[in-house]
Write a protein that binds this ligand. Structure first.
Ligand SMILES: Nc1ncnc2c1ncn2[C@@H]1O[C@H](COP(=O)(O)OP(=O)(O)OP(=O)(O)O)[C@@H](O)[C@H]1O
Length: 282
């Protein structure tokens, strides 16, 4: 669990401004905020022992936008990702990817359907090179002695080179993941999901710990890919970043989805601000 980032004072003030605007609930999404529903979560439930960590959650992720999952530590954000990607099995409810149920599918099957993710702990192959880490998520090509085999290999290496350039890792192709700086490791995890050619990216705190220039590179990468049609769902604690990147915000607390709406509406709700900043009176 990562500690909450303390945002700029201006953002705290914005979050605390009372508003009469209601909170949009899932299912009443503003049609301007994204295209068709790509991923639909319906009445999802999951407990660990007696602790309900996903409590009847319903949420739609729409094409071509960035939806940010916000909420205090332990709200159940990563657990939600884990159920979408098949790393955890929900107790009940449904997860539909372009109308197809993901329940019961293995994580590698879900990833092949176009749902890719990064992890807080990155999960790279530490002793493999940057290039090898990226190659492992690309579709295997035919053996070199098969027709087109050599061409396939060359294309893959060219593509890896382009992706490494986009993620600021050009020149690091032969460096082992373990020898990279922290920000470079984060970009390597982004490079891997770019190579997977996924339609939706689920990013678990991708910007945490990035210095200013790495953060600018991350933003540029994200904006370019979203413009090209990638759909993104991000877990993020830093409200400066949330404000900068989100088209929609889904707010979770103690496993419950408390709000799903436009950033302005969610961030200005005083009740949510009190929960976020740990005001027990909320
Ligand atoms: N495998 C597990 N076994 C038991 N409890 C778990 C497990 N994974 C998560 N939890 C608990 O479930 C709750 C939700 O955890 P989760 O990591 O989903 O929250 P989060 O919103 O992502 O938190 P953070 O923002 O701090 O990463 C927490 O109380 C956590 O301790």
């Amino acid at each position: 669990m990562n500690a909450l980032h303390v945002p700029d004072q201006a953002v705290i003030e914005a979050a605390a401004i009372p508003t009469n605007a209601g909170i949009e609930l899932s299912g009443k999404a503003d049609p301007k905020a994204g295209g068709e529903v790509l991923l639909s979560i319906r009445n999802l439930n999951k407990s660990f022992g007696g602790l309900k960590v996903t409590n009847d959650v319903s949420l739609d992720l729409r094409a071509g936008i960035v939806t940010t999952l916000v909420g205090p530590n332990g709200a159940g954000k990563t657990t939600l990702f884990n159920q979408i990607t098949g790393h955890l099995v929900p107790e009940s409810g449904e997860i539909l990817w372009q109308g197809q149920s993901l329940i019961g599918k293995k994580h590698f099957q879900i990833s092949r359907l176009g749902v890719a993710r990064t992890f807080q702990d990155l999960r790279l192959f530490s002793h493999m090179t940057v290039e090898e880490n990226v190659l492992t998520v690309m579709e295997p090509v035919s053996w070199i002695w098969q027709p087109g085999g050599r061409a396939g290999r060359t294309e893959r290496r060219d593509r890896v080179e382009q992706i490494l350039k986009r993620t600021g890792l050009a020149g690091k192709a032969q460096t082992r993941a373990i020898d990279l700086a922290y920000a470079e490791r984060k970009f390597l995890s982004m490079a891997r999901i770019m190579a997977a050619d996924a339609r939706i990216w689920l990013l678990d705190e991708p910007a945490s710990g990035l210095d200013r220039s790495s953060y600018e590179l991350f933003l540029d990468l994200l904006r370019t890919e979203v413009k090209k049609g990638v759909t993104v769902c991000i877990i993020e604690h830093n409200l400066d970043i949330v404000v900068g990147i989100s088209d929609r915000i889904a707010f979770l607390d103690q496993g419950k989805l408390l709000a799903d709406g436009l950033p302005d509406t969610v961030l200005k709700d005083p009740h949510l601000a009190a929960i976020y900043f740990g005001d027990q009176a909320a």
